[in-house]
Write a protein that binds this ligand. Structure first.
Ligand SMILES: *[C@@H]1O[C@H](CO)[C@@H](O)[C@H](O)[C@H]1NC(C)=O
Ligand SMILES: *[C@@H]1O[C@H](CO)[C@@H](O)[C@H](O)[C@H]1NC(C)=O
Ligand SMILES: *[C@@H]1O[C@H](CO)[C@@H](O)[C@H](O)[C@H]1NC(C)=O
Ligand SMILES: *[C@@H]1O[C@H](CO)[C@@H](O)[C@H](O)[C@H]1NC(C)=O
Ligand SMILES: *[C@@H]1O[C@H](CO)[C@@H](O)[C@H](O)[C@H]1NC(C)=O
Ligand SMILES: *[C@@H]1O[C@H](CO)[C@@H](O)[C@H](O)[C@H]1NC(C)=O
Ligand SMILES: *[C@@H]1O[C@H](CO)[C@@H](O)[C@H](O)[C@H]1NC(C)=O
Ligand SMILES: *[C@@H]1O[C@H](CO)[C@@H](O)[C@H](O)[C@H]1NC(C)=O
Ligand SMILES: *[C@@H]1O[C@H](CO)[C@@H](O)[C@H](O)[C@H]1NC(C)=O
Ligand SMILES: *[C@@H]1O[C@H](CO)[C@@H](O)[C@H](O)[C@H]1NC(C)=O
Ligand SMILES: *[C@@H]1O[C@H](CO)[C@@H](O)[C@H](O)[C@H]1NC(C)=O
Ligand SMILES: [Cu+2]
Length: 555
């Protein structure tokens, strides 16, 4: 059996743009999402694909801090689906979080599910993906000068093939997925691809004005570099929390991550490319570059073709890691931090790529004719047939185990060059790690070099966490804890654990429910790189999970 972790069907995705709210004015907003097939043309090919409301990227949800958004999801396609509201913490309400067989059964063809998106303290940019008015008036209390305009930019990935087939094929073969054919900026590949020039995304700017770009990386399998020719940018937020201003001439953004940055139109009026391509250490990857154009308003003759920015090398791990780990919280009076100082739960999880022989006498397409898997603490997640949340809530036994290890059963040199082959094979499991309500958790995520070391953009549902430390090589508690940043660590929901390195995060387990943590590379989560936390109810009624809605999908 191949690992049954279900992949996200990534073509349904869109923004959740959040403004601030005047206290006491939270609203209920309602959206209708209809999943159906619609046709879209890219790279000279007309393809039918599943979309929400026929749009790609899908509809944008506009809301404000503290609102409740109800999305009526109608499935009018022939596939099971779920939708995840990435980065929304859903206090006490995991029922609408989305991951299939973790918190819900899929929404089957012909049925409807009303998902309640419970917003709390999120502000900035979030997004929704499978697994009104602009509200400009209310947005005047940014912790930076008010930008002239806001521009959402969504990075995507495109296959000139049926994506379902690509996923099915690589899971069946045991090898890696086919390399994609293009990357996209707001749904368009840009000038450097065939049949794409006329649809290239264009951003018109006025000299002297500042623009707030809200960027989401919805690429399936890659961390991306993004750059604008001749312009430096200033990062001001990530994952729906503001950051200290960070000047840079490029951005690194992980799948699942959001980055808000200011672009000052301060160069001689002309046309300039914005462009994105991968950071990748592997031999097989899509090495193409997606572009959009920044067009200054004014009277000038634009160049026949704008200049491309110069990127870090594809495999420049230092450039990738340095950018990400320079992010810092504002941590001031108006935007204080509450990083847990008194840790009650210390966890250490290894993140590994694995291999296992093919079943029977067949050969697979991974290295050594085996098939790829992946694991956390050597456990490859196998999803159950009844979702874990329902099993937990209704006390159905036999669905999951409660012994997900707090630390690896076997310690070895996680990052050495040649790890013995007998350590490459994982075990299967559907195990959860139980956290007491209000426990303060420190979790060290340690990348390993089994099969091959690679960065893992890890995403936790139901929480934001502080990233208090990181390093290359093995984590050493004695040496490394004393170097933690407990002063202004960034608050994130997705963090790329460096290749053959480690990252330490902290959070307070005060959101009861069942919460998935997984790598945001689709191929890795499909191979089983995920685990599940159950956070128990507290003592008082408002510290407990709310009951499920009546229209919860059934398995
Ligand atoms: C793409 O194909 C669909 C159906 O196959 C058709 O209805 C649509 O007009 C085509 N679009 C383009 C731009 O060719
Ligand atoms: C994946 O790539 C292989 C080799 O190029 C090709 O034969 C196969 O059709 C591709 N699969 C899909 C679903 O496009
Ligand atoms: C951008 O920043 C770099 C240093 O990081 C500097 O050398 C360069 O001059 C800056 N460019 C602009 C257009 O401000
Ligand atoms: C991308 O890969 C193709 C095929 O392997 C190669 O011909 C091309 O030179 C590469 N382009 C870049 C920019 O590295
Ligand atoms: C990155 O790739 C270049 C060739 O493209 C190679 O010379 C270099 O050793 C690689 N660096 C790393 C860290 O793998
Ligand atoms: C990245 O960090 C390393 C180690 O701290 C440093 O040597 C290097 O100069 C940094 N590179 C950049 C581009 O900032
Ligand atoms: C830390 O937490 C533990 C368990 O909740 C508690 O007993 C202890 O008093 C706390 N220590 C401090 C310094 O707050
Ligand atoms: C672990 O492996 C790394 C890389 O090969 C090596 O530099 C380090 O010394 C090893 N650590 C121990 C404790 O053996
Ligand atoms: C993982 O578990 C498998 C099966 O029990 C075992 O063969 C392997 O050595 C373990 N690997 C590690 C790194 O603990
Ligand atoms: C959890 O923490 C909150 C705030 O610190 C406190 O008010 C509450 O009593 C705690 N609940 C439990 C069950 O420990
Ligand atoms: C859809 O979900 C239902 C309920 O879990 C399951 O029985 C069915 O096999 C799924 N269908 C597909 C095509 O995965
Ligand atoms: Cu991964």
């Amino acid at each position: 059996m191949l690992s049954t972790t279900k992949v996200v069907i990534f073509y349904f995705l869109g923004f959740i743009l959040l403004g601030s709210v005047t206290p006491g004015h939270a609203l209920v907003r309602r959206y209708k999402f209809v999943l159906r097939s619609s046709s879209h043309t890219r790279l000279c090919t007309n393809k039918t694909m599943l979309t929400i409301n026929g749009q790609f990227p899908g509809p944008t949800i506009h809301a404000r801090r503290g609102d409740l958004v109800i999305v009526d999801v109608y499935n009018r396609a022939g596939h099971n689906i779920t939708i995840h509201w990435h980065g929304v913490k859903m206090p006490r309400y995991p029922w609408s979080d989305g991951p299939e067989y973790v918190t819900q059964c899929p929404i089957s063809p012909g049925t409807k599910f009303s998902q309640r998106i419970v917003l709390s303290n999120e502000e900035g940019t979030l997004w929704w993906h499978a697994h009104s008015e602009w509200l400009r008036a209310s947005r005047n209390n940014y912790p930076f000068p008010k930008p002239h305009a806001e521009v959402p930019i969504l990075l995507g990935e495109w296959w000139n093939a049926d994506v379902q087939e690509v996923m099915k094929e690589f899971l069946a073969s045991g090898g890696g997925p086919n390399v994609s054919d293009a990357f996209l900026i707001n749904g368009q590949p840009g000038d450097l691809y065939p049949c794409s020039r006329q649809d290239t995304f264009k951003l018109r700017v006025e000299f002297g004005k500042t623009y707030l770009i809200r960027m989401v990386n919805a690429v399936m399998n890659n961390i991306m570099f993004f750059k604008i020719t001749n312009h430096n940018i200033t990062v001001v937020g990530s994952d729906a929390a503001y950051t200290k201003p960070l000047r840079s001439d490029y951005i690194t953004i992980s799948p699942g991550q959001t980055i808000d940055f200011l672009l000052e139109a301060n160069q001689p009026p002309s046309h300039y490319y914005m462009a994105s391509r991968v950071y990748s250490i592997g031999p097989n990857f899509d090495n193409t570059t997606t572009t959009g154009i920044i067009e200054y308003v004014g009277n000038y003759t634009p160049p026949p073709s704008p200049l491309l920015p110069i990127f870090p090398d594809f495999n420049d791990t230092a450039a990738s890691v340095n950018f990400t780990y320079q992010l810092r919280s504002l941590a001031n009076k108006k935007y204080p931090i509450d990083v847990p100082l008194n840790v009650t739960e210390t966890l250490f999880f290894t993140l590994s790529i694995n291999l296992r022989p093919c079943p029977g006498k067949t050969t697979c397409e991974g290295p050594f004719q085996e098939r790829f898997l992946a694991s956390v603490n050597n456990v490859t997640l196998v999803l159950p047939r009844t979702d874990i949340l329902q099993a937990y809530y209704r006390r159905i036994s036999g669905v999951y185990e409660t012994d997900f290890p707090d630390k690896p059963h076997f310690r070895f040199n996680y990052t050495e060059d040649f790890i013995p082959r007998d350590l490459w094979r994982p075990e299967d499991g559907t195990a959860v790690n139980i956290l007491k309500y209000n426990s303060t958790v420190e979790l060290v995520l340690q990348g390993t070099n089994t099969v091959g070391g690679i960065d893992h953009p890890m995403h936790l549902h139901g929480y934001s966490f502080y990233v208090v430390g990181s390093g290359i090589g093995n984590f050493h508690r004695d040496r490394d804890t004393s170097r933690y940043n407990l002063v202004d660590p960034p608050l994130m929901e997705t963090i790329a654990v460096p290749r053959n390195g480690w990252t330490a995060i902290r959070f307070k387990a005060n959101n009861p429910g069942v919460w998935f943590m997984h790598c945001h590379f689709e191929r890795h989560v499909s191979w089983g790189l995920g685990m599940v936390f159950i956070v128990k109810n507290g003592k008082s009624p408002n510290e407990g999970m709310l009951p499920p809605p009546p229209d919860m999908p059934r398995c």
